[in-house]
Design a protein. Structure first.
Length: 88
């Protein structure tokens, strides 16, 4: 029996443009997926344009900055993709 985990991903700025959507719900075939698995899944889903953005992005998991992509993602979590922002 395969256990699936639902995760909501929100894209900001350049990540939103590269993904073509503001957010999406994923259903991952893993009981305890990691941030790295979520990131690789969305990279495969949206292609090289988003992949380039993901390589330089930071992530928030339920509002908390993720420093280690081996961090486990609980069911129902929200992962925010934050590309570098320019200020002025």
């Amino acid at each position: 029996m395969t256990v699936s985990t639902a995760v909501n991903v929100r894209y900001f700025a350049g990540a939103r443009a590269a993904a073509g959507v503001a957010d999406e719900d994923l259903l991952l075939d893993a009981a305890e997926p990691t941030v790295a698995l979520v990131v690789s899944t969305i990279g495969e889903r949206h292609g090289d344009k988003l992949g380039k953005v993901l390589a330089v992005s930071s992530f928030l998991l339920d509002g908390v900055a993720v420093r280690d992509t081996s961090t486990r993602v609980p069911a129902g979590a929200q992962l925010d993709v934050l590309p570098p922002f320019a200020g002025g």
